[in-house]
Design a protein around this ligand. Structure first.
Ligand SMILES: [Zn+2]
Length: 493
């Protein structure tokens, strides 16, 4: 007899330092699907829910979809949006139940106004709906800040093993297989959770480079031994919550080996804390070096203004340096709806002069005066052809390219995540031919730009995703963690 499995989820990476509040409209703009539409959207996709769907038939599961919603990374989720999304999920789920278990797709770094541990609250309400016995298996992003409550409420947590994230479908399948085992077993697995007082920044979290590649190899070795499954959550350091930091979770049939394996992985991470420090170059020096380089393009990573981490994408520090240096070849993308619309109105061939960027707050640099010729002026719509989020449609709204000598400034009406080079090409900019490319990203830029880049530099710019965490004002968990507290201590057990 098929088992009835509730499927639902909520996805948002919340940047407490971002000035952009995340309201219900932000979820409707990105993803908000209920009932059959939830399954239709994810069928055949490399997503957690796509993975649940792939595994369900052979595991004898009938998936019952409630609600799945997500928004582009940005600031705190409004209390009204969170209450509404959770309320709708629970109401829909209650109407369609009862269930033998649940598969839940979460991020792990979602926080709402007045609800710092939003995913803990989400799971608490699902738990009271399902009762104490029905198992809940939840997936989460490698950037999760796992709280003790989330660990307690889910029977098993399954995290992504990759960054850039490419294994969501596999993790979804794994979660479904574990849920099937729990249903057969009729009992919880032994479990352990270590929370390290350690912040790591996205810049150093790539799973294909050391030291994280070695950590993931150690995790997989433990999974073929003491652990049925385990995960390392590297954390998202820009969520200012009490449960901030790196986590290791592990599950298995016997308590002692599970505890030992999780402690050993945590100790290994702790021993790497100095190696996990980011290397940054001052903005002026990075711009001079890029312009003097014998070959291009040199990618200047404006990591503090990482749009995919919740920053606005209108940081001006590097643009200002490039203009002052009279850069003769380069490209910068800037989110500035008003300037983009004004330039589009003027039209191709016209002269544009005005302040751009630095609109959302004073943390990402002041507006910068740009005077040049409009080279492109229209709504910028395209489909991603790169390896990351392939095939997804993108609409950047009214967009314009202003050429200041050989430096092209692409103004967009909507925030652009540089997961592809298509947005530059669609606006007439051939990135391979430019000496300098500024990307507002942490790791994802590598997919489209690493192969063409002659060199790159992570630049010490200010902003909501700064790799240099000392410029951020932590009110909750951050300041007791390494490296902000250089004397932070941890020992196993
Ligand atoms: Zn992530």
């Amino acid at each position: 007899m098929a088992r009835d499995i509730l499927v639902c989820g909520l996805w948002h990476e919340t940047n407490s330092f971002s000035p952009l509040a995340t309201d219900l409209e932000a979820f409707h703009q990105y993803v908000h699907v209920a009932g059959d539409a939830l399954l239709d959207r994810h069928a055949g996709t490399n997503t957690e829910i796509g993975g649940f769907m792939r595994a369900a038939p052979r595991l004898g599961m009938r998936l019952v979809p409630a609600l799945y919603a997500g928004a582009v990374p940005s600031g705190l989720v409004t209390s009204a949006a969170f209450a509404r999304l959770l309320g709708d999920t629970v109401r829909t789920a209650a109407r369609l139940g009862p269930y033998d278990g649940a598969l839940v797709a979460l991020h792990g770094a979602l926080c709402a106004q007045g609800e710092a541990d939003a995913e803990g609250e989400y799971l608490a309400q699902l738990r009271s709906l399902l009762g104490p016995r029905a198992p809940i298996v939840a997936t989460f992003d490698i950037h999760a800040n796992l709280s003790p409550r989330v660990f307690e409420l889910a029977d098993v947590l399954v995290g992504y093993d990759t960054y850039p994230h490419v294994d969501m479908g596999d993790r979804g399948e794994e979660a479904a297989a574990i849920l099937a085992e729990l249903l057969t077993r009729g009992d919880r697995l032994a479990r352990a959770h270590v929370k390290l007082p350690l912040l790591t920044v996205p810049q150093v979290q790539g799973t294909e480079t050391e030291p994280v590649a070695g950590l993931m190899a150690a995790l997989h070795a433990a999974e073929s031994d003491a652990l049925r499954t385990g995960s390392i959550a590297l954390g998202f350091p820009y969520s200012d919550v009490a449960h901030l930091g790196v986590s290791v979770v592990g599950y298995g049939t016997e308590a002692r080996p599970v505890r030992a394996a999780v402690d050993a992985l945590a100790a290994r991470i702790w021993s790497l804390r100095t190696a996990l420090a980011p290397r940054l170059e001052a903005a002026g020096a990075a711009v001079s070096r890029a312009l003097a380089a014998p070959a291009g393009p040199v990618v200047l990573v404006d990591v503090a203004d990482n749009v995919g981490g919740g920053s606005p994408g209108d940081g001006t520090v590097l643009l200002d340096h490039l203009l002052r240096a009279r850069a003769d070849s380069g490209a910068v993308v800037m989110w500035d709806p008003a300037a983009a619309r004004a330039a589009v109105e003027r039209g191709v061939g016209a002269r544009f002069e005005g302040a751009v960027g630095g609109r959302t707050d004073h943390r990402h640099g002041a507006p910068v005066n740009v005077a040049g010729t409009v080279r492109f002026a229209e709504r910028l719509v395209y489909r991603r052809t790169g390896s990351y989020m392939t095939g997804l449609p993108v609409d950047l709204g009214q967009s314009a390219v202003i050429d200041v000598g050989g430096l092209s400034v692409l103004l967009t009406e909507r925030r652009a995540m540089p997961f592809d080079a298509d947005h530059l090409r669609a606006a007439g900019i051939v990135p391979e031919t430019r000496k300098v490319l500024v990307v507002k990203s942490a790791i994802a830029w590598k997919a489209p730009f690493a192969a063409m880049a002659a060199d790159h530099a992570y630049v010490d710019t200010p902003g909501a995703c700064a790799s240099n965490l000392r410029g951020l004002q932590y009110a909750r968990g951050g300041s007791r963690c390494f490296p902000l507290d250089a004397s932070a201590r941890w020992a196993p057990g």
